[in-house]
Write a protein that binds this ligand. Structure first.
Ligand SMILES: CC(C)(COP(=O)(O)OP(=O)(O)OC[C@H]1O[C@@H](n2cnc3c(N)ncnc32)[C@H](O)[C@@H]1OP(=O)(O)O)[C@@H](O)C(=O)NCCC(=O)NCCSC(=O)CCC(=O)c1ccccc1C(=O)O
Length: 282
């Protein structure tokens, strides 16, 4: 397992849950899960195994009732993530150990968006290519002052026409999104802040402390309100899938009411449901 020295001051006494993983680190503390891409020798580029493990950890954090907010980050000071590992790029995707070609980062993107808990990108160093898209689709991005952002797709024969294009345009505007993709320039943390790509910029050493402070603030708030807001923000951009997510939350809330439960109880008790006792809200 690779690790890189970091000047980022740890903010919590993290419990280590990394044992089953090879490409990532996974920690939990005080209701916060931290998922770290741990391939600093390639600037935290992802291969299919990395994405598989990220999806497993994200799912664990989602289903852990003790977790209210999730941090996604990269190991070390130099990179959040440099996108797909070009060394294992085959002719139709990224090759796994069995030789199967994947674009499984697209599944991870969808899972971050549909995760009912806030996901925060904690970005030190480069967030480039598919790594830039990963920070983009997180709910919030906290950047260190050494962070650098950009897409490289048209330079390396790739593009993300999904969230990487449409959601980016909704964040930074159509003109800026086209500039980012067409010119493949890099932007420093201040430029990223100015165009609304990140929420705040802090000195590198304070990156985790600031991120944890944002997490703690979020943890004080109503989980259902946060869940509803996340799906409401997604709904406008994500089409039918976004509406499904928002509607799913409405159904969950309905199941939690006496009125919803009357239907289930009547069925199980083999009687007619009595919905007359419930108020008809104006
Ligand atoms: C990130 C850099 C700007 C960092 O530069 P620097 O600090 O000078 O370090 P280097 O010396 O360049 O790199 C150190 C070391 O790491 C290796 N490395 C870095 N990035 C990668 C990578 N992505 N893959 C493989 N290896 C990498 C580098 O070769 C060095 O190793 P040595 O052995 O020492 O030579 C700079 O490194 C850089 O520009 N990297 C490449 C960025 C890039 O082009 N990434 C790929 C973009 S395409 C992509 O991510 C596709 C993603 C995807 O799966 C997808 C699929 C379907 C739809 C959409 C997408 C999507 O785009 O998301």
């Amino acid at each position: 397992m690779s690790t890189a020295a970091s000047s980022i001051i740890p903010a919590l006494d993290w419990q280590d849950h990394s044992a089953p993983y090879e490409d990532i680190l996974y920690h939990k503390a005080e209701g916060i899960a931290k998922i770290t891409i741990n391939r600093p020798e390639v600037r935290n580029a992802f291969r299919p195994r990395t994405v598989k493990e990220l999806r497993q950890a994200l799912s664990d954090a989602r289903f852990d009732e003790g977790i209210g907010v999730i941090i996604l980050t990269g190991q070390g000071d130099l990179a959040f993530c440099s996108g797909g590992d070009q060394r294992v790029r085959g002719d139709s995707g990224y090759k796994d150990e069995q030789g199967v070609h994947h674009l499984n980062v697209l599944d991870l993107q969808k899972e971050i968006r549909s995760c009912p808990k806030p996901v925060i990108a904690m970005v030190a160093g480069y967030a480039i290519g598919g790594g830039h898209v990963l920070h983009l689709i997180c709910d919030l991005s906290i950047a260190a002052d050494n962070a650098r952002f950009g897409q490289t797709g048209p330079k390396v024969g790739s593009f993300d026409g999904g969230f990487g294009a449409s959601y980016m345009a909704s964040v930074v505007g159509q003109k800026k999104a086209r500039e980012i993709w067409f010119l493949c320039r890099q932007y420093d943390a201040r430029e990223a802040l100015d165009m609304g790509l990140v929420n705040t910029v802090v000195p590198l050493a304070q990156l985790e402390q600031e991120t944890v402070a944002w997490c703690r603030r979020i943890l004080e708030h109503s989980p259902i309100a946060l869940r509803m807001l996340k799906s409401a923000f997604n709904a406008g951009v994500d089409g039918q899938a976004g509406i499904q997510e928002l509607a799913g939350n409405a159904t969950m809330l309905f199941y939690m009411t006496e009125e919803g439960q009357e239907g289930r109880n009547a069925y199980l008790e083999k009687r007619k449901p009595d919905f007359r006792k419930f108020r008809r809200q104006p």
